[in-house]
Design a protein around this ligand. Structure first.
Ligand SMILES: NC(=O)c1ccc[n+]([C@@H]2O[C@H](COP(=O)([O-])OP(=O)(O)OC[C@H]3O[C@@H](n4cnc5c(N)ncnc54)[C@H](O)[C@@H]3O)[C@@H](O)[C@H]2O)c1
Length: 343
């Protein structure tokens, strides 16, 4: 099996996790890196022993001609970088949020489709092992057909010290974190035909909203509530755990604090510890996210080798992004929004 040669653009806060995961994955390795910021480029280059370092993405991609490119920059830069990769025929894995606008996102998907270039979004929360465990229980049919779900993320963790840009944007929690929760809701309950959202800004030191409560209408009677907050000071700080509750016709399940999965049916309740693995390079409390980075990057490599579409392809992510845009529109107008036709 040949090793796929990758190049990474953006050596910032989160890219270090991606670099660790690439280093651990058999069959792929990062051979060149790029960042406009020389200090960040040097730091990641030294930490991971990468000598091929570039300040300019186009120069890197033209010289290195990698088998894939990992775009680890923030959203405003994605369209130019994805279109560049598409024009050079280089497969792409791109961080979330995929794009600041639906127009940019659609243009990236179209550019890659036209060029026949695989495009995956690094939408990793559905790859957390606890979320995968929930999906397995649902698919096994133990609790019957679901009719109600809740995907919840509530915390007061200081995300701003590691990612100062999060405090500066007009949008915050739905675009940064809620996007993951909405994707998990799609993953577990299917697409939503309508969304109603309310938002609030509790922390006066930031610009965007830090609380959002969203109601989603899925197929049939299936309804879910997706709620997220970075303004919730709780007895137990659960960052970055996503909690899930699902009621079905034959039982219910709960993914509770501490990765405790409870499944209740007519024969009683069973409990399972679905804690993520603490990878050698991981650190608590980030280890569930770090494990999901390894799993999603493995999926990307498998799809490249098989020539199959990734679960979180660019085309799939348009639907998650549409929910984000629809949530903001709903919060601004006070009405229910159809993500398929109104954004
Ligand atoms: N999936 C997750 O769990 C997760 C977690 C945290 C962050 N993220 C996402 O990862 C992305 C990056 O976040 P971050 O906190 O690491 O950001 P960051 O600002 O720390 O790092 C981004 C880096 O990209 C560089 N850069 C930007 N545009 C560039 C360009 N055109 N060419 C070369 N270098 C360029 C910047 O100089 C910077 O060093 C964001 O979109 C964020 O939402 C995802």
């Amino acid at each position: 099996m040949t090793t796929l040669r990758g190049a990474l653009i953006g050596c910032g806060f989160f890219a270090v996790n991606q670099m660790h995961a690439w280093a651990q994955l058999p069959g792929a390795s990062i051979t060149a890196i790029c960042d406009r910021d020389p200090a960040r480029l040097a730091a990641v280059g030294q930490q991971f022993g990468i000598a091929a370092r570039y300040a300019d993405a186009e120069t890197m991609l033209r010289e290195v001609r990698p088998d894939f490119v990992d775009i680890a920059t923030t959203a405003p830069s994605h369209r130019a970088l994805v279109e560049l990769a598409a024009s050079l025929g280089i497969p792409v894995i791109c961080q979330k949020p995929f794009a600041p606008t639906m127009a940019d996102a659609r243009a990236m998907v179209a550019a890659c489709e036209a060029a026949g270039v695989p495009l995956m979004v690094h939408e990793n929360f559905r790859w957390q092992s606890a979320i995968l465990a929930v999906k397995r229980v649902l698919e096994a049919g133990d609790i019957g057909a679901p009719f109600f779900g809740r995907v919840s993320f509530r915390s007061a963790y200081d995300v701003f010290s590691g990612q100062p840009y999060l405090a500066e944007g007009e949008r915050f929690i739905i675009e940064d974190l809620g996007i993951h929760s909405l994707d998990v809701a799609r993953f577990l309950f299917g697409d939503a035909a309508a969304i109603t959202a309310r938002t609030a800004r509790v922390n006066p030191a930031i610009r965007g909203e830090d609380v959002a409560t969203m109601l989603l209408a899925h197929a049939g009677a299936m309804t879910s509530v997706v709620d997220c907050s970075y303004a919730t000071r709780a007895e137990e700080e659960l960052f970055p755990q996503t909690l899930v509750e699902i009621d079905g016709a034959a039982g219910s399940l709960k993914l509770g604090p501490g990765y405790r999965l409870s499944v209740t049916t007519s024969v009683g309740t069973r409990h399972e510890d679905v804690s993520p693995e603490l990878l050698p390079w991981a650190s608590r409390p980030w280890h569930n996210i770090q494990e999901s980075v390894l799993l999603i990057q493995r999926h990307f490599v498998e799809c490249l080798r098989a020539g199959s579409a990734p679960d979180t392809s660019g085309a799939d992510n348009l639907k998650t992004l549409a929910l984000v845009e629809a949530a903001y529109l709903s919060a601004a107008t006070g009405r229910t929004v159809d993500p398929a036709t109104e954004v």
